[in-house]
Design a protein around this ligand. Structure first.
Ligand code: PMP
Length: 301
């Protein structure tokens, strides 16, 4: 049971249910925190944490942008490994580290409010179905603007935007939502970056499109280039989703998930060859079967 795993909370190691905060905690009242999601893959012998240092580098940048004080990257890295060591999982896992404002004062100000830090883990299989193909919609909710809540950070409060889009999608019978940004361009999923295939080439919104700069996104660009598939980062119009040959979503949680339909329009002819190649290459890498990608993994022993 995930609930009985040992977690790290502000200097102490305790079972997850005992890691509690007062109801007037700043982060709970105002969404003042930032977090990461990190996968650990069980290779039959040990857990390999994927892009561990990259996730903590992003968390440190999120915290700095949001005027919060994170522990050092090295410290967060060591705590994450220790969480895995203390729990000895023998299946795929997901780590959730977060920096949060743990003060209890009134008012949405960041300065002078003490920071806390947590890291816990859960067992996690597939987050979205990577085999069946996703039935997605374009959300009626726009992606929040980087100039409102920095989308380059994984800010706690920013996930209300994701939650609204995902909830609307689920209520309407879809698996996932695609955001447009406030310029009406394709942006990303509720917790995934998006790639489309047109004329054998991959296209994905560029880093000024109000996306989260996904770590999986970057690794997919690298894998595609190594497979000889061209990648273009550029603004993508909504109706390109309806004429794309293939579409897939990528992220720590969803890994590489292909999209079967957008707004009830079938995408191409089912799962396409570019998606299949990328999905296979990604899986080889994360399970440690691609010698060229072992640097992506931190084995916990
Ligand atoms: N966009 C959003 C809004 C997300 O929450 C996530 C998940 N972290 C992603 C994209 C994918 O990012 P990553 O590949 O770094 O997990």
């Amino acid at each position: 049971m995930s609930e009985s795993y040992i977690a790290y909370h502000d200097g102490a190691w305790k079972p997850l249910p005992e890691c509690t905060v007062p109801i007037n905690t700043h982060a709970l009242q105002y969404g003042t925190g930032c977090f990461e999601g990190i996968r650990g893959y069980w290779d039959g012998t040990r857990i390999n944490l994927l892009f561990l240092r990259e996730h903590f580098q992003r968390l440190a940048r999120s915290a700095a942008t949001l005027l919060m004080q994170a522990p050092s990257v090295d410290e967060m890295y060591a705590i994450a490994c220790e969480v895995v060591r203390r729990n000895r999982p023998t299946q795929n896992i997901y780590l959730r580290p977060a920096v949060y404002k743990k003060g209890t004062g009134l008012g949405p100000v960041m300065v002078g409010v003490p920071d806390g830090y947590m890291c816990y883990m859960i067992a996690l299989g597939d987050y979205l179905d990577t085999a069946k193909g996703l039935n997605v919609c374009v959300s009626s909710w726009r992606r929040l603007a980087d100039s409102a809540i920095p989308t380059r950070t994984k800010a706690l409060g920013g996930y209300l935007n994701s939650a609204l889009a995902k909830s609307e999608a689920v209520l309407n019978g879809y698996d996932e939502a695609i955001f447009l940004n406030d310029r009406g361009q394709v942006c990303e999923g509720s917790a995934e970056n998006i790639f489309i295939v047109r004329d054998g080439k991959l296209h994905t919104p560029d880093r000024t499109a109000d996306i989260l700069e996904g770590i999986t996104r970057r690794s997919i660009i690298q894998l595609a280039q190594d497979l000889g598939i061209a990648v273009e980062e550029r603004p993508i119009a909504r109706t390109e989703l309806y004429v794309a040959d293939e579409i897939f979503l990528v992220g720590t949680g969803c890994q590489v998930s292909w999209v079967r339909a957008v707004d009830k329009r079938a995408v191409g002819n089912g799962k396409g060859s570019v998606t299949s190649r990328i999905q296979a290459a990604y899986e080889e890498a994360v399970y440690g079967r691609d010698a060229k990608r072992l640097s992506w993994l931190t084995p916990v022993v």
